[in-house]
Design a protein around this ligand. Structure first.
Ligand SMILES: *[C@@H]1O[C@H](CO)[C@@H](O)[C@H](O)[C@H]1NC(C)=O
Length: 266
């Protein structure tokens, strides 16, 4: 493949060395890799022209913000390699942060040099490859709609109009959404993983399923058994009132802070 490799190439910097090394790897695999300094190709039209003139088929950028940004919208696939400043500096500036999120959505892959850089990126921008997969899948599935984030009041209003709230997560955590549904008296159907099982007791405060077949079976049961629905909803509401109340949380934090007061006096 004929590749454009865009990087910040000030001489004798770590970047230049890294870029050169990556270029060698790619050329060793038979690709043609044109390594360019971002300062030589600064405008989008210059890049478009270069891509066309050199018949480039794909691109790579070292630095998401300084390089990746310039590769957007040229109609060729590209990947990016995170640079240190992406995650140490640029991430903290709102506009740059948003630009980087957009670049990541378009990028086919992203490389981070360390596990901690990867985690930081994943935390900032909720995994672009996965996001793309989910969006594509939802598009192909009739009856399923993907909604963007919305203000909490709107979400609660929408929730109240739902027959049930489903949590099919396979990764652990603590679901505030489930507790909110319980508080709003909407029945909960959740995958049986420890995080969910900690708040949903099967057939008491909600229904737990382990696989798609069981989900279908329980959903049908919930639809056809109003007494069960009523009981689950009542128990859920009571559970939230007892164990997750705003007042209890307030008291707990206020008490915990008091324990700090004592220790500073000594
Ligand atoms: C679903 O459940 C998981 C595990 O408890 C939790 O981390 C996640 O936030 C929940 N998501 C929703 C939308 O309820």
């Amino acid at each position: 493949m004929r590749l454009l490799f865009l990087a910040v190439l000030r001489r004798h910097t770590g970047n230049a060395v890294t870029a050169e090394r990556v270029r060698e790897h790619l050329e060793a695999a038979g690709h043609i890799c044109l390594l360019k300094d971002t300062s030589d190709l600064e405008s989008s039209s210059e890049i478009a022209h270069f891509i066309k003139a050199e018949k480039l088929e794909a691109a790579l950028a070292l630095h998401l913000y300084r390089g990746g940004r310039l590769l957007q919208g040229h109609g060729i696939p590209f990947g990016i390699i995170f640079g240190g400043t992406d995650l140490n500096e640029d991430i903290n500036q709102r506009e740059k942060n948003q630009v980087m999120g957009k670049v990541l959505e378009e990028a086919r892959f992203a490389v981070a040099f360390t596990e901690s850089m990867k985690e930081m990126a994943q935390m900032q921008w909720v995994d672009p490859v996965f996001t793309r997969e989910v969006k594509a899948k939802v598009k192909r599935t009739p009856g399923v709609r993907l909604l963007r984030e919305m203000p909490q009041e709107d979400l609660h209003a929408a929730l109240k109009n739902c027959f049930a709230v489903l949590n099919s997560s396979v990764s652990e955590g603590m679901s505030a959404a489930i507790l909110e549904a319980m508080d709003l008296e909407v029945p909960v159907l959740a995958r049986n993983i420890p995080g969910n099982a900690a708040v949903v007791k099967h057939e008491v405060t909600g229904l737990l399923f382990s696989d798609p077949q069981e989900f279908v079976q329980l959903a049908k049961r919930l639809v056809s058994d109003p007494a069960l629905e009523k009981e689950i909803v009542a128990n859920g509401k009571e559970y939230v009132r007892m164990y997750h109340s705003w007042q209890v949380e307030r008291d707990t934090y206020q008490n915990l802070i008091c324990t700090l007061e004592g220790s500073t006096e000594e």
